[in-house]
Design a protein around this ligand. Structure first.
Ligand SMILES: [Zn+2]
Length: 116
């Protein structure tokens, strides 16, 4: 499963980054672009498996879905796409291959338990 290997790399990245810190990890926020080709349900499923026995066990995975954004030369503006089927400006219809957002697959933030 593609998503499981993605999640395993997320878990090892966070584990490494947090290894020197004693706080408990509560939540990991992941940015997932519409073009990244991953399925949120599969990420959530993989997260439970991949975090088992790690410092991330019991934490939540929050997936933030990002739509595709193209730059339209005709409008000279960034335009958000409703789907991933065609890359045409939704305002003027000009095709654009200038994709500015939608391929993301990255950790945005890690929420930790506040020290009392
Ligand atoms: Zn346009």
């Amino acid at each position: 499963m593609h998503e499981l290997s993605i999640i395993q790399s997320v878990v090892s990245t966070v584990t490494e980054a947090m290894s020197a810190r004693p706080e408990r990890i509560l939540r990991v926020r992941l940015l997932v672009g519409a073009l990244s080709g991953v399925v949120e349900g599969a990420l959530q499923f993989g997260y439970e498996i991949a975090t088992d026995g790690t410092p991330l066990a019991g934490s939540k995975l929050e997936v933030v879905s990002l739509p595709v954004v193209i730059y339209c030369k005709h409008c000279e503006a960034l335009r958000e796409m409703e789907g991933v089927q065609s890359f045409r400006c939704p305002v003027c219809g000009t095709p654009s291959g200038d994709i500015r957002q939608g391929r993301e697959l990255e950790i945005e933030s890690v929420e930790i338990e506040e020290a009392a």
